[in-house]
Design a protein around this ligand. Structure first.
Ligand code: MEV
Length: 446
């Protein structure tokens, strides 16, 4: 056994990294090496691209890439790409898409696309002076960042507003430049961060050079310059609606009216109770994240933003809402989504590129609408199960298939097991017992 600390790991070759890891952390280095390497892409060029995304890569971590067809959003049909490890999610999205297809499909509208960033700084000098010279500073900020913003401006984006905020009521000497951006079809993280860092430098130079701040140059310290992943003004709304009666046979034995009322109550519960809201929103993100991942967007950013948005009035609440008015059922989701369809990994990741092709090469706004619709579909499917049959029925079917796979059941054994467990509780032990008995019986017959 070697020591478990290492220096210069990043400089080792990939095989060297694998060797160090398996020899130090695994009981069976040879087998583990073989297994890790079996997931390397056979095409060296493709592997080189994947390795380039991150550091210290020793293999690839596979996740299922699925498709939910029949998604009609604003009258256009999509087959939605989804990357997710949780069983039932793609099936649920597909079933909700199919349910809404004859009922007008999903509707969606981008409400705004403003992204945000901040330069956080300390100023121990005269506060008024900062504000008095802010117009001048703003001009200089925009001017100095032109070399970064010029291309984005050509595409119709760039820096929108720059605000100077006095935050000293919360933290001594703390001020902020709060900057809004339009980044068109790119998520814009690099663009925003570059502009903000430039703004930070300009701010320092401005204070050093401006005669009004003479003698106060040392009073300024830029703390950090970084985008904010909370983008409450980069929001999309997706909704479904139909007359209550038209909910028809989708209600699993309930009358459409009873179903609609129970469904709306479930949404209200998620609005008032943070425990339920968290699970409710998790269901929404089952759909959202899967498409965000499939298109190589930043799911951590999307999640972080969504949850902050869910708590925007001070309490964590459901992201979706439901109403029944004048005999009409309406269910909608407002979701902040900062996405890109160009830049980042969106075009570099081979499967993400195909996901975008599958979606018909959408721009960022169209992608926002498709993703919000998928989140809403997921939420609809989960609530429909919860208020009718319960969630376990569907989950258990997938769970059973996973267990059967794990126990290496043959096709025949799987078919027998599915029949057997139709009306029984699925557990690992119960399935193992069933297979054991089935195999023994088969053995004794043979
Ligand atoms: C499971 O991944 C998601 C659900 O729990 C969502 C919900 O409860 O609304 C089914």
């Amino acid at each position: 056994m070697q020591e478990k600390t290492v220096s210069g790991f990043s400089k080792l070759s990939k095989v060297g990294k694998v060797r160090w890891v398996v020899e130090n952390f695994f009981k069976d280095p040879e087998n583990v090496t073989r297994e890790l390497m079996s997931f390397w892409h056979e095409d060296e060029e493709q592997q080189r691209i994947l390795d380039g995304f991150s550091e210290n890569t020793i293999s690839n971590y596979y996740l299922p890439f699925g498709v939910a067809p029949n998604f009609m959003v604003n009258g256009k049909l999509y087959a939605v790409p989804m990357v997710i490890e949780e069983s039932s999610v793609v099936a649920a999205a597909s079933s909700a898409a199919k349910f809404w297809l004859p009922r007008g499909g999903f509707h969606a509208k981008v409400i705004a696309t403003k992204k945000l960033g901040q330069v956080h700084f300390s100023w121990k000098g005269d506060s008024d002076k900062l504000f008095q010279h802010f117009d001048e500073l703003e001009k200089r900020l925009r001017q100095d960042a032109t070399h970064i913003t010029i291309n984005m401006e050509k595409r119709g984006g760039g820096v929108l507003d720059i605000e100077l905020l006095d935050m000293t009521h919360l933290e001594p000497d703390y001020y902020q430049l709060k900057v809004s951006f339009e980044t068109c079809d790119s998520m814009g993280a690099n663009f925003i961060n570059s502009v903000l860092e430039e703004f930070g430098s300009t701010l320092e130079i401005f204070v050093q050079e401006h005669p009004a701040f003479k003698g106060e140059e040392q009073q300024l310290e830029v703390i950090m310059a970084i985008l904010s992943n909370y983008t409450p003004e980069c929001v999309v709304r997706a909704w479904v609606e139909c007359p209550v009666d038209a909910l028809g046979s989708g209600c699993d034995g309930m009358s459409p009216d009873a179903f609609a009322k129970k469904f709306a109550k479930a949404v209200r519960i998620a609005h008032i109770d943070p425990h339920r809201a968290t699970t409710h929103n998790k269901g929404i993100f089952n759909g959202v994240d899967a498409v965000v991942l499939a298109t190589a967007n930043d799911f951590r950013a999307v999640e972080a933003c969504g949850h902050t948005y869910a708590a925007r009035d001070g309490q964590y609440r459901s992201l979706s809402s439901c109403s029944i008015e004048n005999g009409k059922f309406k269910f909608w989701l407002d979701l902040p989504l900062a996405l890109g369809t160009i830049g980042g990994l969106t075009r570099l990741h081979p499967i993400a590129r195909r996901s975008l092709e599958l979606l018909g090469e959408p721009g960022a706004e169209e992608l926002m609408m498709v993703i919000a619709a998928t989140g809403l579909a997921q939420n609809f499917a989960a609530l429909r199960s919860l208020v009718t049959t319960g969630i376990q029925k569907g989950h258990m079917k997938m769970h059973l298939l996973n267990i059967l796979n794990h126990l290496e059941a043959s096709e025949r054994e799987a078919a027998e097991a599915i029949e057997h467990f139709k009306d029984k509780v699925v557990s690992f032990t119960a399935v193992r017992e069933f297979l054991k008995l089935f195999r023994e019986k088969k053995g004794s017959i043979a």
